[in-house]
Design a protein around this ligand. Structure first.
Ligand code: GLC
Length: 548
């Protein structure tokens, strides 16, 4: 059993990791590591990752020093959208294993002091879900259709979609059905792929079903849920037109009739009551795209979910002023809700930050140390601890992201951050598994592997390990809800948190710090401790001794 260094954990319940390691508010400053099961580790050699693979690699996560693992969906699914198209929310897809693998994974994780968060996908099911298949078979006007959004089309023969909503993956958000007798029928709503029909959350059966699903996984011992498309469940009454095209560019910055409607909050108040039926602190994390931080904060009010992803932070470029503004705004927005801010640089939907921030590995490392110094909870995406870049040259025939196949959808390029991880310098798929890899790994991938980086003090992996250990040992990192900005030259961010100071040079030139902030704790790149010259794309952590 791995001993976590630093902060003592006091027993509060029987849920989650062993009682010795439990502590109140564990999630408030937790570092949570996202596993995309298809691409993490392949236990059965079929080229696709699975739960046995994840289980075998849990010691890597415990040794890295994270608090929890979030698993992207592994439920029964035709995989039209990497598992975000679920046919059975209580079953493990055969590609990933079975329920006993899930139980063993949860048990092993807890034994290693890691909590487990699973994804839940309440906005839509798979089109192969029994409810949707029944809705198609039973036809217009039947109760089976009421659990989804079926509508007659517009136009003389119903040949036009019922409104102007666009799918996040491109094209109209509506697909026309065929009636059981083969004639053209009603349309159904899908904010994502046509294989992902949206549930109608006005229907009580949908509420009942998801309460049952939550309890199913809570009974299995999970410590929380990452709520997929948490902002999408409720649509504006009457499904009004948006009146504009190119709605994708409005996501996350403007009000839309299908996202961030006030009605969604009643769902999370209900779910919070379900979480509280269980011992320990079982949490909900919203994937909520809202127009601003204030709207995002509504999802984490005291009686709703516990955290919401900070996509405004993820979308901020490598610029000191912009970063200072988004950090301040995020902390200010969360304070009234008494919820922790969260920070994230990469996930399975965006270009990896080593590539996205435009400054290669030095900038990625500097960004990571900045994020890990902020108060609140940080989300890591598998492989960022290895400094993996986005794979930008995948051949078209290898791609699986549904938005790649629908013109104008998202960026259509989400496969490049989903390439299976390298665990060893050589061997079949660099230790991912014995049977190749569902997406081709680029040349040189093995040099970035866990085994190649382990023990190399200059490696990104060892940087993350040291950073996470320091974060555990030092309560001024992570805990709390504010930062004290220090005067700093242009392009430099400097802040204090108790006896800790973080300095970041986002510029292209070295910058002389006005004074030595304290004793050097950790630097993201080469830094001459004898000088005050902060190199470009470098973050340095300092300790000033016990807080005043
Ligand atoms: C979320 C997921 C994304 C998925 C979409 C539809 O945004 O993160 O991967 O495609 O929901 O479920």
């Amino acid at each position: 059993m791995t001993q976590h260094l630093g902060r003592a954990r006091t027993a509060t319940s029987t849920a989650g990791p062993g009682p010795q390691q439990d502590r109140t508010g564990w999630w408030r400053n937790a570092v949570i590591y996202q596993v995309y099961p298809r691409s993490f580790a392949d236990g059965n050699g079929d080229g696709m990752g699975d739960l046995a693979g994840v289980r075998s690699r849990l010691p890597h996560l415990a040794g890295l020093g994270v608090d929890a693992v979030w698993l992207s969906p592994f439920y029964a699914s035709p995989q039209a959208d990497g598992g975000y198209d679920v046919t059975d929310y209580r079953a493990v897809d055969g590609r990933f294993g079975d329920l006993s693998d899930a139980a063993a994974l949860i048990e092993d994780a807890h034994g290693l002091g890691l909590r487990v968060i699973v994804d839940i996908v309440p906005n839509h099911s798979s089109d192969q879900h029994e409810w949707f298949q029944r809705a198609l078979a039973e036809g217009p006007g039947t109760p089976a259709r009421e659990r989804y959004h079926f509508r007659p089309g517009k136009g003389e023969h119903g040949e036009l979609p019922p409104n102007d909503w666009e799918s996040v993956f491109g094209g109209p958000a509506w697909t026309r059905t065929k009636n059981p007798d083969g004639t053209p029928g009603e349309w159904y709503l899908h904010l994502f792929a046509p294989e992902q029909p949206d549930f109608d959350w006005q229907h009580p059966a949908v509420h009942d079903e998801f309460r049952t699903v939550l309890r199913f996984w809570l009974d299995m011992g999970v410590d929380g849920f990452r709520v997929d498309v948490a902002h999408g469940l409720i649509k504006a009454p009457g499904l009004p037109d948006t009146g504009s095209s190119g709605q994708l560019r409005l996501l996350g910055n403007q009000e839309l009739p299908f996202f961030d409607q006030d009605g969604v909050h009643a769902v999370y108040r209900d779910w919070r009551r379900v979480f509280e039926e269980y011992p320990g602190e079982r949490i909900g994390v919203a994937e909520a795209w809202a127009p601003n931080s204030q709207r995002t904060a509504l999802y984490v009010r005291e009686d709703e979910l516990h955290q919401a992803f900070n996509f405004h932070y993820l979308q901020t470029g490598w610029d000191a002023d912009a970063l200072r503004a988004v950090v301040t705004e995020s902390l200010d927005a969360m304070r009234p809700a008494a919820a922790p801010a969260t920070w994230v640089l990469s996930n399975h939907d965006v270009v990896r930050h080593r590539t996205r921030l435009g400054g290669g590995l030095p900038r990625a490392r500097a960004a990571a140390l900045l994020m890990l110094a902020l108060p609140g909870s940080a989300y890591l995406y598998q492989g960022e601890e290895l400094g993996l870049p986005e794979v930008t040259d995948l051949p078209d025939e290898a791609r699986q992201d549904p938005s790649f196949f629908r013109e104008t959808g998202q960026d259509g390029l989400r496969d490049g951050c989903r390439v299976p991880l390298p665990w060893t310098s050589g061997g079949s798929s660099y230790g991912f598994g014995e049977g190749g890899s569902w997406l081709p790994q680029p040349e040189g991938w093995g040099e970035l592997s866990v085994s190649a980086q382990t023990g190399d003090p200059d490696s990104t992996l060892e940087l993350y390990r040291r950073a996470l250990r320091l974060r555990r040992e030092n309560d001024d990192l992570g805990a709390g809800e504010s930062v004290e900005w220090l005067p700093a030259p242009d392009g430099v961010l400097a802040f204090r948190r108790g006896g800790f100071v973080c300095t970041v040079n986002t510029g292209d030139e070295p910058v002389e710090l006005p004074a030595r902030p304290g004793q050097l704790l950790l630097a993201s790149g080469t830094f001459d401790d004898g000088s005050l010259l902060l190199p470009p794309d470098t973050t340095v952590w300092w300790t000033t001794g016990p807080a005043a």
